[in-house]
Ligand binder design. Structure first.
Ligand SMILES: NC(=O)c1ccc[n+]([C@@H]2O[C@H](COP(=O)([O-])OP(=O)(O)OC[C@H]3O[C@@H](n4cnc5c(N)ncnc54)[C@H](OP(=O)(O)O)[C@@H]3O)[C@@H](O)[C@H]2O)c1
Length: 263
C-alpha cells in the first residue's frame, strides 16, 4: 500500500536499518510509531521527523508490545503497517552456545515479532487491511558457520511469516519477509556470544538506506519476500545448486578464534 498517511510501527528504530527506514517512510508521508529500548536515541530519531512518535519498548515483553500498539492507536487511530525490524545477533560454535544468549536471541528476533503480530492483527482484521513486514536475513536460507543460532531464529521467523500469510489469506492483510545481506550498521559489534569468527571473505555490505528503500518498495508492492541486492539473491541460488561446494568454501573461509570460547 502507498505509505502516504498510513500508520507504520517500526521496531528497532533507534539505529541502523530501523532508523533509516523511519526516515524513508517519513519522506513518503507516513505517520510513524518508533520503538526500541534506548529512549534517548529513539527520541532523537523521532525528533528529526514529521508525524513521528517514540514509544520506548522492549519487544521481548508482550505487555510492552501491546502497549506500543495501544499508543499507536491513541496517537494516530489505527495501525496499517507493522515493521518487525528489531533484532540482535549471536556468534559462536553451536557446541558452545550459551543458554542465556540463545534464549535472548530467540526472545528478540522471533518472539518479539510474534507478540507484536498478536497485538496488531486483530486491529488490521477489523480494518480489513494491513501489512506485516518481518526483517529476516539471507542467513535464514544459507547459514554461515558460527552464526547458526542467529540464523535459526531468522529461519523460524520466516516460517512464522509463511504460516501467518496462509492464516490471513483473504483478510486483506499481507505478510512480507525482507532478506537483507551484510549491512553496514552497528549490528555486528552488538552481537551476543563469546569470541568472534575470523572471516577470510568479508563482503563490504550495503548502507542501511539501501535496506530502508527496499522495505519502502515492499510496502508499496506487498510481495511475499524481497532481497536488497541481486548479489544476495545470486549467492543463495548458487548455494542451492551446489550446497556441498558452498559448505567446503565456507568451512575454509570462517575460522573461530578458539581461545576466546568460554567453557
Ligand atoms: N546489519 C546486518 O548486516 C543485517 C543483515 C541482515 C539482517 N539484519 C537484521 O536487520 C535488523 C536491524 O539490524 P541493524 O543492522 O539495523 O542493527 P542495529 O543497528 O544493531 O539495530 C538493531 C535495533 O534493534 C533494537 N533492539 C534490540 N533489542 C531490542 C529489544 N529487546 N527491544 C526493542 N528493540 C530492540 C535496537 O535498539 P535498542 O538497543 O535501543 O533496543 C536497534 O534499534 C535486525 O533484525 C537484523 O537481524 C541485519
Amino acid at each position: 500500500m502507498d505509505p502516504r498517511d498510513r500508520v507504520v510501527i517500526i521496531t528497532g528504530a533507534s539505529s541502523g536499518i530501523g532508523a533509516a527506514t523511519a526516515r524513508c517512510f517519513a519522506e513518503a508521508g507516513a505517520h510513524l510509531v518508533l520503538a526500541a529500548r534506548s529512549h534517548e536515541a529513539l527520541e532523537q530519531v523521532a525528533a528529526g521527523l514529521p508525524r513521528a512518535i517514540a514509544v520506548p519498548t522492549d519487544v521481548t515483553d508482550p505487555v510492552a508490545c501491546a502497549h506500543l500498539v495501544e499508543r499507536a492507536v491513541e496517537a494516530f487511530g489505527r495501525v496499517d503497517i507493522l515493521i518487525n525490524n528489531a533484532g540482535i545477533g549471536l556468534t559462536g560454535p553451536i557446541t558452545h552456545l550459551a543458554r542465556a544468549d540463545l534464549e535472548r536471541v530467540l526472545a528478540v528476533d522471533l518472539l518479539g515479532p510474534i507478540w507484536l503480530i498478536q497485538a496488531t492483527v486483530p486491529l488490521m482484521r477489523t480494518a480489513g487491511r494491513g501489512q506485516i513486514i518481518n526483517v529476516s536475513s539471507v542467513l535464514a536460507a544459507q547459514p554461515l558457520p558460527f552464526l547458526g543460532g542467529y540464523a535459526a531464529a531468522k529461519a523460524a521467523l520466516e516460517q512464522i511469516s509463511n504460516a501467518l500469510r496462509i492464516e490471513l489469506h483473504g483478510s486483506g492483510i499481507t505478510v512480507t519477509v525482507v532478506r537483507p545481506g551484510t549491512t553496514r550498521t552497528a549490528f555486528n559489534q552488538r552481537r551476543l556470544g563469546h569470541g568472534r569468527e575470523r572471516r577470510r571473505i568479508a563482503p563490504p555490505g550495503v548502507p542501511p538506506e539501501a535496506v530502508a528503500r527496499t522495505i519502502l518498495r515492499a510496502a508499496r508492492t506487498e510481495p511475499r519476500m524481497v532481497y536488497v541486492s541481486w548479489s544476495d539473491r545470486l549467492a543463495l541460488w548458487i548455494s542451492r545448486m551446489v550446497p556441498g561446494l558452498i559448505d567446503s568454501i565456507l568451512a575454509r573461509a570462517f575460522v573461530w578464534e578458539e581461545h576466546s570460547v568460554q567453557h
